[in-house]
Write a protein that binds this ligand. Sequence first.
Ligand code: ZN
Length: 419
Amino acid sequence: MESSIIYVLSISGQPLMPTTRHNKVWYWLRRGLARVVRREPFTIQLCFETSIHTQPVSVGVDTGSKTVGVAATTNGEVVYQAEVHLRTDISEKMTQRRIYRRNRRARKTRYRAARFANRRRQAGWLAPSLRSKAEATVKAVRLVASLLPVGKVNVEVGSFDTQKLQNPEITNLQYQQGELQGYLLREYVLEKWQRTCAYCGVRGVPLELEHIVPKSRWGSNRVSNLTLACRPCNERKGQKTAAEFGFPQIQAQARVPLKDAAHVSAIKTSVLQQLRSFFGATQVSVTYGYETKYKRIQVLGLPKSHTNDAVAIACEIGERVTPREEVYQIRCLPRGQYQRFNGHHSEHKCWAPRKVRGFKLSEVVKAKGMVGYIRGRREKGAFLIKEVSSGKKLIQVVPSKLERVARPTQGWMIMRKPT
Ligand SMILES: [Zn+2]
């Protein structure tokens, strides 16, 4: 079992290089030479002056619509890995709020002026659900910047670089297994054929690049001769051309180049913009999925996961690092709820006190050998515990059996895995 990383801040609060020397840290803490500023990720602040020499840490961000991977590397070492689970309940909650407000207006309450007419959408406006995702992604990177001396941030913005592929149908890109160009080409073909088998239309299975006129019959490696096929179709087609196999239209379809290839989505534009204004435009750079895939598989030899992708994104091409065992599971939390009353005539106030039997909502707790967060509390009876990574129900347990692991901080809960 490797020893876990402890993050260190200087006396003025600036992040220093992290350490794995636990003995030293406990010595400092016992002597009052350092204090704990955060339990998860475990962070200490030194109470004495030190010379500050740090090495720049590079951060990789694997953006996603549900889960974001964040990793930090320095000197060929991984120093931070996290999976951030974004909120997916925003639009549902907005609908609920709208219902509550409508309801309240229909009740006999004070006059509320109409407010719809003085709202204007600014340039760069995002729907609330997307805005929440973009902001949480940026916040996750800023969390790393509060723990480590971040020098560079790499963000994956799309599956392939449109600039490098101005005219992929004409420039004779070589398709060779395991080369960076091969990965670029593969992503392009995947996008062009919408990730479906050209012959049976199956999705979500491993697809192979398939030569429309087989190589054995002098078919070229050009993009206009490539399509996607699942394993069974590829085997059945064998030495036949697509026309002989019964799909003459595929040849014609393959000659049409992909139009408007992979644009950067609104949410990623917003993430980039915010990161650039925080870290400075020169510190933030963009990478593409085909590069990530190449680095992860060919250079690092890692299986697919959000954190492994983030590690690959953080690395330079050709740089080798080993990922760590511990991964932080981070879950974005709502700050409250809109429901104020319940009952048939809205006669019951339904806000609970901050603490029930000593516990707050969203605290990470341990019970019966399981770790989860508190989702529901009762004055008399069992608490509802849910899993941090998936949000699924774990157990119902009485509060006396609970052991606190970490408190929620600044809008999210953080848990370490393996614990
Ligand atoms: Zn097929």
